[in-house]
Design a protein around this ligand. Structure first.
Ligand SMILES: Cc1cc2nc3c(=O)[nH]c(=O)nc-3n(C[C@H](O)[C@H](O)[C@H](O)COP(=O)(O)OP(=O)(O)OC[C@H]3O[C@@H](n4cnc5c(N)ncnc54)[C@H](O)[C@@H]3O)c2cc1C
Ligand SMILES: *[C@@H]1O[C@H](CO)[C@@H](O)[C@H](O)[C@H]1NC(C)=O
Ligand SMILES: *[C@@H]1O[C@H](CO)[C@@H](O)[C@H](O)[C@H]1NC(C)=O
Ligand SMILES: *[C@@H]1O[C@H](CO)[C@@H](O)[C@H](O)[C@H]1NC(C)=O
Ligand SMILES: *[C@@H]1O[C@H](CO)[C@@H](O)[C@H](O)[C@H]1NC(C)=O
Ligand SMILES: CC(=O)N[C@H]1CO[C@H](CO)[C@@H](O)[C@@H]1O
Length: 700
């Protein structure tokens, strides 16, 4: 066991605090540069009132709100660092998904999709997912959140969350009224805030074919919503982007952290990993043990104390991993890893959900002009696109698109949806769930299934998302999967990336739902208005018609993730396998909460960014409220140990860390080319790299 050189540890913390104060003047200094600077050891606090674990999207929201009170000190510990690449705030960054800002991990092979390994999206950068995401800024339907409330979470329905959706946003009138009028984009400002941090608007471009696609939806029983963000994000609707009026990314780093970074009570330590939360004998979370990024197992660690509360915001992948390392998780797993059990919570790392997506391909024989591929075939148009962009208008102002069809199952499959529900309810739950599920977890799943199947039969909740913006092909995204995955600490090396098993498509109900979606897509393509575009089917292909044929297509064309992974430390009653209470407090311990996407019990039918802002805003209010009334009810009055207490480091076993080497192919529908593009130019099957304009090619 290495001896911990505490004074050098303190030095490192102080150096980074200094980096923070320099960062407030606009420059971020490299670590080497800082090492040469004079250090004031007094900059390090002996303890902080709050420690936020992870300076990603939710962590920065919570840190901002908690540090509004100048009497409280807040430390954020973030594994990544700042991404100051200028292009990262441009619309074209919406599908870069740069490896430099991501953890490099893949899932175990997925038998439900032909043993492919699932792509994993977990951000490793200040601002987290909000720094790299697609900027498609939608919310779920009221029913999505009301379903959370039905699982025993009072206050987490749509009406309980709406104030936080508003608090986190500010809607700006779109800069181009002509585009709005032509495309008939409609919205209702009353469901957004007027002065919230995240700026939201519609960019000044819509591909003309989009209007035809809306019409075609209307013709197959999918009406257009006036404002989906009002709890109505089902059927067809417009979705704004989280961009400022100049079309630049509006996200947690520039809207929650930058305005607060000069507060003397807020400190952000970057390039550090939180290894464990340490507990008192009364099971109160007292401190976090942290380690410099890139140092080996067993290298020096530093222990930092929290007076009031430790808030986990390390995301869907690492919040459960940190809990498991800290002795909070499934007893059998912890025991196998030699980790003393603080709280036996089998749900930590279970209940993993995402939106798996099957790629459906059509082509338009008689497409309108211009369309998303015009810039590649027409030099005059390509030049116009560039000229428009000098005024920050035109196609290059669009991020990942601004229109969605999120279709109820009752619309997709009016004659068959009831059979799917009956089949789901008749299953023996354990058949398709991870083998590790305990009796409580099985009961929890049965509760979830009751609620999910009710939504399968609802006309006011989407089951499949069809993103469309004038193109003929798209991803059919399963919004309400029945399958459940896991995130599991490696018992031989708890600091290696955990094992990820999505269990994509493992439940045959998910296949049935996807077949319903593919058939519905064909109906949409056959709608009268669509015929002016001359749609022809390429994949699945018109010869595939039976359930058996289409189910083969589903497993070959489906991918595990659309970067919406969640739900791995679910807010549910403990006797249903839950991990946190409706106050977001971790069961069985005190002084420890979770404030990120992990707490979601059932994945909503929406991209997750806006929802994470609302969760984090609500989390901050809950934390402030309990602090004002004396803290976590179970709190013991034990004084936290000071930073100088020697840390009893758990000896990490020295097994080789098998971090998967980055693959030089783009495995998702991300960017694959364009001027200045440094990333992979090859798309993994079934995607191919298509040139959309000189700046941008995409795996489609
Ligand atoms: C590539 C991509 C595209 C997306 N596109 C969209 C979109 O278009 N629209 C949409 O609505 N949503 C989108 N999302 C989803 C959305 O951005 C995420 O759901 C959301 O940002 C999650 O927020 P979070 O706070 O839970 O986690 P994150 O923002 O991921 O934050 C977790 C942070 O914890 C840090 N961390 C992890 N482990 C440790 C540790 N041990 N110690 C210290 N720090 C640690 C990480 O570095 C990270 O910064 C996308 C996500 C990704 C990744
Ligand atoms: C992932 O790999 C890239 C290189 O492709 C690297 O820059 C990045 O730091 C890696 N991410 C992590 C979290 O180590
Ligand atoms: C997936 O892997 C399993 C176990 O190795 C094997 O039995 C199965 O045939 C594989 N399936 C496919 C489609 O390759
Ligand atoms: C514009 O959209 C609204 C809301 O969907 C609809 O009521 C209205 O009829 C549309 N107007 C036109 C001209 O299409
Ligand atoms: C090419 O683009 C120009 C400018 O937008 C347009 O006027 C012209 O009709 C286009 N040509 C074709 C063949 O579509
Ligand atoms: C608790 C704490 O450190 N509070 C400090 C926060 O910052 C103000 C200055 O803005 C100091 O006066 C407080 O002491």
């Amino acid at each position: 066991m290495p001896r911990i050189n505490l004074s050098s540890g303190l030095l490192v913390v102080a150096i980074h605090l200094l980096a923070l104060s320099r960062a407030s003047s606009g420059t971020y200094l490299g670590r080497d540069e800082l090492m040469r600077r004079q250090i004031d050891p007094g900059a390090l606090k002996a303890a902080y009132d709050y420690i936020v674990v992870g300076g990603g999207q939710s962590g920065l929201v919570i840190a901002n709100r908690l540090s509004e009170d100048a009497t409280k000190t807040v430390l954020v510990v973030e594994y990544g660092t700042f991404d100051d690449t200028p292009g990262q705030v441009e619309p074209s960054s919406a599908t870069n998904y740069p490896a430099r800002d991501l953890f490099n991990v893949t899932s175990v092979p997925q038998p439900g999709i032909g043993n492919k390994t699932g792509t994993v999206y977990a951000a490793a950068v200040v601002g987290g997912g909000s720094t790299i995401n697609g900027m498609l800024f939608d919310r779920g339907s009221a029913e999505d959140y009301d379903n959370w409330e039905k699982l025993g979470n009072a206050g987490w329905g749509f009406s309980g969350l709406l104030p936080y959706f508003k608090k986190s946003t500010r809607f700006n009138t779109p800069i181009d009224p002509a585009v709005v009028a032509d495309a008939n984009i409609t919205w209702d400002t009353s469901v957004y805030g007027t002065d919230g941090p995240v700026q939201v608007t519609y960019p000044p471009w819509v591909w003309p074919g989009t209007k035809i696609q809306f019409q075609a939806f209307n013709e197959v029983g999918v009406p257009t919503q006036v404002e989906a963000a009002a709890g109505k994000s089902y059927n067809a609707f417009w979705v704004p982007s989280n961009v400022d009026p100049n079309g630049r990314r509006s996200y947690a780093r520039n809207q929650y952290f930058d305005p607060a970074k000069s507060r003397p009570n807020l400190s952000l330590l970057v390039n550090y990993r939180v290894n464990e939360v340490l507990f008192s004998s009364a099971k109160r979370a007292q401190s976090v043990r942290i380690q410099a990024r890139g140092t080996a197992n067993g290298a020096a660690t530093i222990t930092v104390n929290a007076n009031t509360e430790i808030v986990l915001c390390a995301g869907w992948l690492h919040t459960p991993h940190i809990l498991q390392r800290s002795g909070v998780g499934p007893k059998a797993l912890l025991t196998a890893a030699g980790i003393p059990v603080i709280s036996d919570l089998p749900g930590v790392g279970s209940n993993l959900q995402d939106h798996p997506a099957a790629f459906i391909q059509f082509a338009y024989r008689t497409d309108v002009f211009p369309n998303p591929s015009s810039a590649q075939t027409n030099a005059t148009f390509a030049a116009w696109v560039q000229q428009q962009w000098t005024q920050r208008k035109g196609p290059l102002s669009v991020t990942t698109g601004n229109s969605l069809g999120t279709i109820p199952l009752t619309t997709m499959n009016p004659t068959g949806y009831q059979d799917i529900i009956t089949k789901a309810l008749a299953q023996t739950p354990a058949t398709y769930l991870p083998k590790t599920y305990t009796a409580e977890q099985l009961s929890g799943f049965v509760e979830q299934r009751k609620i999910l199947t009710a939504s399968y039969g609802s006309s006011t909740n989407g089951i499949f998302e069809i993103p469309f913006s004038g193109g003929a092909s798209t991803a059919l995204c399963l919004d309400k999967p029945m399958s459940r995955g896991t995130v599991t600490l490696r018992t031989t090396d708890r600091y290696a990336e955990p094992s990820i098993d999505y269990n994509t498509n493992i439940n045959p109900v998910d296949v049935d739902l996807t077949i319903s979606a593919a058939r519905f897509y064909r109906r949409w393509m056959a709608a009268p208005s669509m015929q002016q575009l001359g749609p022809t089917e390429q994949s699945p292909g018109t010869s595939l018609t039976t359930d058996a044929q289409l189910s083969t297509w589903v497993s070959s064309s489906m991918g595990s993730s659309t970067a919406h992974a969640c739900c791995t430390s679910a807010m549910m009653p403990q006797n249903l396998g839950g991990v946190v209470s409706p106050e977001l407090l971790v069961y069985g311990v005190t002084g420890l909460s979770v404030g990120d996407i992990s707490v979601i019990p059932l994945i909503p039918a929406t991209h997750t960014c806006a929802t994470v802002y609302a969760i984090a805003e609500k989390a901050a209010d809950l934390i402030k409220t309990r602090a004002a009334s004396g803290g976590d009810p179970g709190t013991t009055s034990s004084t936290p140990t000071s930073t100088t207490t020697s840390t009893t480091s758990q000896p990490p076993t020295t097994t080789t860390t098998t971090t998967t080497a980055p693959v030089p192919t783009q495995t998702h529908w991300g960017q694959c080319g364009g001027q200045g593009w440094q990333g992979p130019r090859v798309c993994a099957s079934p995607f191919t790299c298509q040139v959309l304009n000189p700046f941008y090619s995409q795996c489609l």
